[in-house]
Design a protein around this ligand. Structure first.
Ligand code: NQM
Length: 360
């Protein structure tokens, strides 16, 4: 008989995927990753034999546990799962899936919600980044219905407020891993930066596009993709990420002047396909570059003034507002709004050939 793993399928922001209690999965990492791939239907570009949605934004999983220290209330391990490629990567952060972690933990009975609103510190185990998350819990249980709209999700829902501190260099070790606000790779001026997500910024005009194209147009642009991938591969070691040929980071964001009243217009490759919107920590990192002198983003951005600024980052399906807190010109805090929803709860049967279950 197949062993059945308890599972909560969640949408977090503009991503979705199954959430598990980490203790319900194999503790050995190689077996755990085989189980996660089997659940998602990986490797297969259609993920027809699993829960994965055949795109990188819908091929993600979350593993939750209660920390043993008191730095955080909940530990969230994010797994980016390959579609056609047999890969489970726990190196990057994902601010979208993070938005679903607290409601999922309450659904699982791992944490109790407060009456009204619940605020907890959620640590992304991948990098140690801690976020303060607040959700609506009128009777102690997550409420998903609400009127907060986010671009990239068709219906408004209850707000999930996310506050981040100390995200600088979360993955690369330094905010500007090369030590410079801009560098030149293949004759193109770039900015390599990590304020929670490693991002390689390139002016769209420098690679022959406007930066206002649709996602489909950019996804069909083979020569553009080859050109930015060549730059990305050279940026990997300069960003302390080593060989990134099989890694989903750094992301590549093409930037252009805003044209819808925002701070900056973006098209983000994650890393090979154009994002329908922009990732959460990706947006925080791009907004940070926009307020830093000398980056390729600041030259084009309407970045505002003062120690608290809200930057609207334009993307293919709308905009993403990020509030930045600065101290002496440095970004020290970021806050933003997401929504999340429980899509299904149940259990996933696992072939005994992959994992016979605990204690078997
Ligand atoms: O940047 C997509 C997403 C993400 C990651 C990606 C994310 C983030 O939209 O924090 O959320 O950049 O691959 O979920």
């Amino acid at each position: 008989m197949a062993y059945e793993i308890p599972c909560w399928l969640m949408r977090g922001g503009t991503s979705k995927g199954p959430f598990f209690r980490a203790s319900d999965l194999p503790q050995d990492i190689a077996t755990r990753d085989r189980v996660i791939m089997a659940v998602m239907g990986t490797p297969d570009s259609r993920q027809i034999d699993g829960l994965g949605g055949a795109t990188s934004l819908t091929s993600k999983a979350g593993l939750l546990s209660i920390p043993t220290d008191d730095e955080a209330d909940l530990d969230f391990l994010f797994a980016q799962v390959g579609t056609h490629e047999a890969m489970v990567d726990t190196t990057p952060n994902c601010g979208n899936m993070l938005a679903a972690a607290l409601p999922a933990a309450i659904e699982m009975g791992m944490l109790r919600g407060d009456r009204g609103r619940t605020t907890r510190r959620v640590r992304t185990v991948n990098t140690g980044v801690i976020a303060q998350i607040t959700i609506e819990t009128p009777d102690g249980h997550p409420q998903y219905d609400g009127d907060a709209p986010i671009d990239g999700v068709p219906r408004p829902a209850a707000p999930v407020s996310c506050g981040f501190l100390d995200t600088q260099g979360a993955v690369c070790g330094m905010l500007l891993p090369s030590g410079n606000a801009s560098d030149t790779i293949d004759g193109i001026k770039v900015t390599m930066i990590d304020n929670g997500m490693p991002v390689l910024l390139v002016r769209a005009a420098d690679v022959g596009v406007t930066g206002y194209e649709s996602r489909d147009e950019l996804n069909a642009h083979g020569t553009l993709k080859a050109r930015i991938e060549a730059i990305r591969l050279q940026a990997g070691p300069l960003m302390n990420l080593g060989d990134v040929s099989k890694k989903p980071i750094p992301k590549v964001t093409l930037v252009a002047a805003p044209r819808a009243g925002g701070a900056l217009c973006t098209r983000t490759f994650i890393p090979h396909d154009c994002h329908a919107a922009i990732g959460v920590l990706g947006a925080v990192t791009v907004a940070t570059a926009a307020v830093m002198p000398g980056t390729v983003a600041s030259e084009l951005a309407q970045a505002g003034e003062g120690d608290t600024r809200t930057l609207s980052i334009e993307h293919p399906s709308g905009e993403f507002s990020v509030e930045l807190g600065l101290q002496e010109g440095r970004v020290v805090r970021a806050a933003l709004l997401r929504t999340a929803r429980l899509l299904m709860r149940g259990s996933v049967p696992i072939s005994p050939a992959i994992w016979p279950g605990p204690g078997a």
